[in-house]
Each structure stands twice: as C-alpha cells, then as structure tokens.
Ligand binder design. Structure first.
Ligand SMILES: NCCCC[C@H](NC(=O)[C@@H](N)CC(=O)O)C(=O)O
Length: 460
C-alpha cells in the first residue's frame, strides 16, 4: 500500500517542519541574546532573568507527554496548528510584557511559549518519522535539527542588531521589545509554514485515500479485507505500559546523555574561563563550537545511520565519547578546541541515532506519545541537572568536580547503551539494521502473502 514516505512531497514536508521548529528555537534563545538590555529595562536580578527560562522548562517535565498523546489521538494536523499557535501567542505576550515594562506579563508569555515549544518538537519529530519511515529518516531528522539550531545561531546575531538599530519606520532602536516583536514575526512565519503543511497533509490524505480505494477494488485485496473494517484504536495513557524494554532503555539513555550535552552549554563559558584563563568574549565564542560542529554534520551523520544502521552501537559510542570529553576537561590540559570539537561530533552521532531509534521501536499509532514521554522525561533531567551542577560548583569551588560528574552521567549512558544492544539483539536486532532493508524484507513478505492468497482464490 502506498504511504506518505513513497511521495516526493516528503521533501517539502522536511523544509516546512524544519522552518517551523527553527522559529521556535530562534525565540527560545531570545532572552539570552538580550540579557543585559532586558535586565536593565525591567530591572531584573539574575534570578529573575533565569526564571524566564525556568518557567519554560518546568511545565515541560510533564506537558510533552500530554502533547504526544494529543498527537496520537487528534492527529498531527490539529496538534501542529495548536502548538504553533501557542508559541505565537506566548511570544506575543512576552514582547508585550517587555514593551509595557511588566515582568509578570513577560513571565506569563514565556510560560505560554514553553507550553507550545517542547510539544512542537514532539509533533515535528512525529511528522518527520511518518513521512520518512523506512526511507531517509535519520537524514531528515538531522537536517531538521541543523536548521532548528541555525535558528538559535541566527538569533544570537539578529536580536542584538535589531536591538541596536531597530527596523526603520517599524520598530524603534534600543528597545528590547523591538527585537522581541521581530521574534513574534518569526513565529508568524512558523504559523504560515504550519498552515501550508496542513494543506499538504489534507491533500495527501485525499490522494492516499483514493489510491487505497483503487487498491481495494482489486480482487486480491477484497479477499484479504474479507469484508472486515480496519479498526483504528486510539492511544491512551495506560498503553504506555506496553512499550518495549528497548523503548524504556532509549528513554533513559536520552535523559542521561542529553544531560551531559545541553546543560554543559550553560556552564561551558565558566568551565573554559576557569580552566584556560580566557576572557568571557573568547569563552563565549569557544562554547559555540559543539553546536556549530553538530549543525554542520547532522545531515551526514543521519545519512550514515540510514545507510549503515548500527543505531544502538552509535548511541553507545556517542555516550562513551562524551564521557571521554568530560574526563579530559576534568583532568587534562589538552587545547580546549579538541574536547569541544569531539563534543560536537559525539552530540551529532548521538542525536542522529536516538530519535529515529524511538520511531523504530514503537507502533505507529503510539509514535506521538512515545516521543512526548521521552521528551518529558528528558526535560526532567535537564531541569534538575543545573541544580546538581550549581550545588557541586558551590560546594567544591571548582568546575573539576562538575566535569567528573558529567563524565559519570555519560558513563551511565554507556551502560544503558550496552544493555540496549543486548536487549535489542535478543529482540531481533532491528535497531542495528538498515531501515531500508527492513522495509524491503517487509515488502518481500507482503508479495509472498499476496501470491499465496491469489493462488488460493484461483483454486477456489
Ligand atoms: N527531531 C528531533 C528533535 C529533537 C532535537 C533535540 N531537542 C531536544 O531534545 C529538545 N527536546 C530539548 C531542547 O532542545 O532543549 C536537540 O538535539 O536539540
């Protein structure tokens, strides 16, 4: 039966989903690019400024799970429009709050933005998984992540520039709300792409339904259907208990390994300055190396995964390399560029393997819930990591203990990866096989069954 992944329009879907997420990542990092002007304009302490990020993160320890359930129950189309509209609304409220010099309104804006932001990642990943299943899934997810991360990088350049010069005739200079209003226009661009995607999905539904009808009209498929209607079961929270051991191991791996990458970025400048004695400006530039490297090579890592498989091996190797990176930052004085480049490579390898793996170990109707649950648990890890890191740094007075801690967490990721390889091997080793080959095998099997049924119906 023809599927979405057989259609050429999947490449349009890839572009649209990538731009949608880039709009979200662009605005997530908005406060960081405008830290000083925001603190000055709204008279914010460091704690109040950090709260702009905490109110984004904390609800997301739970929300993406329900976001994912919504994706499975109501479909990707409705969920996509809902989550993109939520980030538009959130960014609008945030910009208005800053324009009105109302910190409370700004906080409400960031909270609403967060309610859409992470669930948007879930629906975006689900859409890519559906459109690229058995095809170039890891490449598509890698390219999507690259574009999204570019959204963060562009934000770092564009926001301060708009703050300085405004937009002639439209937005006044030296006003943080101007830059944030520009961010609001970017969310409108995401909404435009979401609407275009909605149209494409509706047309695709019609096309595939017509195609399906035509296939059912063939005598063979009358036989297989035997007059029975396909039952579409709806996903419920209780169905989570049926997720496989591989899924749970992937989720634990995602929490621990991501906890050694993204939260490291928050303290990277401090680690580099403390250890190598460079200025804040130099440390800021150096700390962008891992994300830049990852952004450049994500699509290639994705292609490697699509062509070779070895997902479980790759995510275990990624965790091991991250442990080595953190140990070298704790105990050696190698030029700092080396561990930072190695971190970018390992992050990219890990990300290329983990997200497509989740799509492979769950049933299609549970995909949104599975991505949602993993994202929710992952956010739990990322919300608690800064607290652990801050406490370690305050009690020991140095970043060495922090780096050893990061390395230990990465080693837990290695142990989970080894367990995943064993469990998955016992279950047939699907994670380490090439998805295309699985697809081909399934098609071969389908053809054999089809031939059998045809022979059967002729002999009757
Ligand atoms: N299509 C996969 C998208 C996930 C990419 C991943 N993002 C996350 O894990 C987010 N849930 C958390 C975050 O962005 O902070 C990434 O590697 O950025």
């Amino acid at each position: 039966m023809m599927q979405r992944s057989d259609l050429k329009s999947r490449w349009v879907v890839l572009v649209l989903t990538a731009v949608i997420l880039a709009g979200s990542y662009f605005n997530y990092d908005g406060p960081a690019a405008l830290k000083a002007p925001l603190q000055e304009t709204l008279h914010l302490s460091d704690t109040q400024y950090n709260l702009l990020y905490s109110v984004y993160s904390f609800p997301n320890i739970v929300l993406p799970l329900f976001g994912g359930l919504l994706v499975d129950r109501c479909g990707t189309k409705a969920s996509l429009i809902l989550f993109v509209s939520t980030i538009v609304l959130g960014q609008g409220i945030f910009a208005a709050g800053v324009a009105l010099r109302r910190y409370d309104i700004a906080l409400v804006g960031r909270t609403v933005f967060g309610m859409g932001g992470e669930s948007l990642t879930v629906v975006q990943t689900t859409i890519q998984a559906v459109w690229f299943q058995g095809k170039e899934m890891a490449f598509a997810m890698g390219l999507g992540l690259t574009v999204a991360r570019l959204g963060s990088v562009i934000n770092d350049w564009v926001m301060p520039a708009i703050y300085q010069s405004g937009v002639p005739g439209l937005l006044p200079p030296l006003e943080p709300a101007s830059a944030l209003s520009f961010g609001f226009f970017i969310t409108l661009l995401s909404l435009g792409c979401a609407l275009a995607l909605l149209l494409l999905e509706v047309r695709t539904d019609r096309f595939l339904a017509a195609q399906h009808k035509r296939e059912q009209a063939q005598p063979l498929l009358h036989d297989t259907a035997a007059g029975a209607e396909a039952v579409v079961e709806h996903m419920s929270l209780a169905d989570i208990q049926h997720f496989s051991a591989s899924y749970w191991l992937l989720t634990v791996s995602c929490v621990v390994v991501y906890a050694t990458i993204l939260p490291f970025n928050n303290v990277a400048a401090g680690v580099i300055m403390g250890k190598y004695g460079v200025s804040l400006e130099v440390a800021d530039r150096l700390m962008s190396i891992p994300y830049l490297i990852a952004a450049c090579i994500n699509p290639f890592m994705g292609t490697a995964v699509d062509l070779l498989g070895y997902r479980a091996v790759m995510l275990t190797a990624g965790a091991a390399a991250l442990a080595a990176v953190h140990l070298s930052l704790a105990w050696t004085m190698v030029p700092v560029v080396l561990p930072l480049v190695a971190m970018g490579l390992s992050y990219s390898a890990y990300a290329a393997a983990i997200w497509p793996s989740i799509a492979l170990v769950v049933d299609g109707r549970a995909m949104g819930t599975a991505f949602g649950l993993t994202t929710a648990v992952q956010n739990g890890g990322m919300a608690s990591m800064p607290i652990a890191v801050g406490t370690l740094r305050d009690t020991t007075g140095s970043y060495q203990a922090v780096e050893i801690f990061f390395a230990c967490v990465a080693m837990v990721g290695v142990a989970v990866g080894v367990a995943l390889n064993v469990v998955n091997h016992r279950a047939g080793g699907g994670l380490n096989r090439v998805a295309k080959r699985r697809d081909a095998l399934e098609k071969k099997l389908e053809a054999v069954i089809r031939e059998d049924l045809e022979a059967d119906s002729q002999s009757r």
